[in-house]
Write a protein that binds this ligand. Structure first.
Ligand SMILES: Nc1ncnc2c1ncn2[C@@H]1O[C@H](COP(=O)(O)OP(=O)(O)OP(=O)(O)O)[C@@H](O)[C@H]1O
Length: 307
């Protein structure tokens, strides 16, 4: 794979699920186009039934598309050599309840066609916070522990592409922070991350690019900072008694609420210069908030507009 080649590229992807002895079918993907640059941390978001899992299964060769082309890591998802370079955490994990985690990871390693090194797998289990549970049967694991084990399995063989479907499902806030750190480390290492999560805050924290899928099509795609803008406009509230005229001269625009003002600042230095001017005019700041658009508002707005 050359450096210019995207990690994932799909064109005109369609998938219709047919039921036996029934006419018609469910059109899960209706001509989806998407390019995931190599080395990016890419988030796929969209409402229930948008086709996210179908897309993920298509790029992994688990679901056979009805139409369209798919290239993953510069090759076909059907190619075992390509598959061996992908780490996948499915939405629904099927784990062998009577096995231990090291035995499970050893099998995953073998299935990927790699030599089993127990020490490497133990380090992986340590990395996902399961070192205390290595001797226990997987059947007795909590939901969060199962999810951590699934992540360890996805990380086997240091994959070039990590595809994670709801990776933090069932994981507590501390655990989520740990998972986030692992994902960030993987991206630092050069892995391409493809994340499907209903937790938009998670996507916002981890991903640098986002695509919105609705009705089986990509309706918006781009860099997170371009989609969810923030940082230019700031909402500031000053203590009662602030000199409104002086604040306006200092670059603040009156807001609707009592004592509230808006100021535009490209960066922290510009924001602080504006606040210094306000303070010099005797105004006391009591609240400061970024007037940005979060991913949730972007998703709602985009899906409504596409409906
Ligand atoms: N195996 C299947 N057989 C029939 N229809 C299916 C199958 N899998 C998915 N679908 C249908 O395809 C559409 C897209 O489903 P998919 O699971 O890909 O969406 P999703 O975006 O992942 O949804 P969610 O966010 O709820 O997980 C839905 O209408 C779903 O009912």
């Amino acid at each position: 794979m050359t450096n210019q080649e995207p990690a994932i590229e799909v064109r005109g992807l369609r998938k219709t699920y047919h039921r036996a002895f029934r006419k018609g079918g469910t059109e899960a993907l209706r001509g989806m186009d998407l390019t995931v640059p190599e080395g990016s941390a890419f988030g796929l978001i969209g409402p229930n039934g948008a086709g996210k899992t179908t897309f993920i299964k298509s790029i992994l060769g688990i679901v056979q598309p009805t139409e369209g082309s798919i290239r993953v890591l510069g090759g076909s998802p059907e190619d075992p050599r390509i598959r061996a370079r992908i780490g996948y955490l499915p939405e629904r994990l099927h784990l062998p309840g009577t096995w231990t985690a090291p035995a499970f990871l050893a099998t995953v390693t073998r299935l990927k066609g790699l030599p089993v090194d127990p020490a490497v797998n133990l380090r992986l289990l340590e990395r996902v916070g399961l070192s205390d549970a290595v001797g226990r049967r997987i059947g007795g694991y909590s939901k969060g522990m199962r999810q951590r084990l699934g992540l360890a399995a996805a990380l086997v063989g240091t994959p070039s592409l990590l595809v994670l479907d709801e990776p933090t499902d069932g994981i507590d806030p501390m655990g989520r922070m740990e998972v986030r750190r692992i994902l960030q480390d993987e991206v630092q290492r050069g892995t391409t991350l493809f994340l499907n999560s209903h937790l938009l805050a998670e996507t916002e924290r981890v991903c640098d690019r986002v695509a919105i899928l609705a009705g089986g099509r990509v309706v918006r795609e781009g860099r997170l900072e371009d989609l969810a803008r923030g940082g230019v406009r700031w909402l500031v509230r000053f203590a009662p008694g602030a000199n409104a005229e002086a604040l306006v001269t200092a670059g603040f625009v009156r807001g609707v609420a009592e004592g509230q003002y808006v100021v535009e600042a490209e960066d922290p230095a510009a924001l602080n210069r504006a606040l210094d001017r306000a303070r010099a005019a005797g105004a006391l700041m009591v609240e400061l908030r970024r007037d940005g658009t979060d991913l949730e508002s972007v998703l709602m707005g985009t899906v409504e507009a596409a409906a």
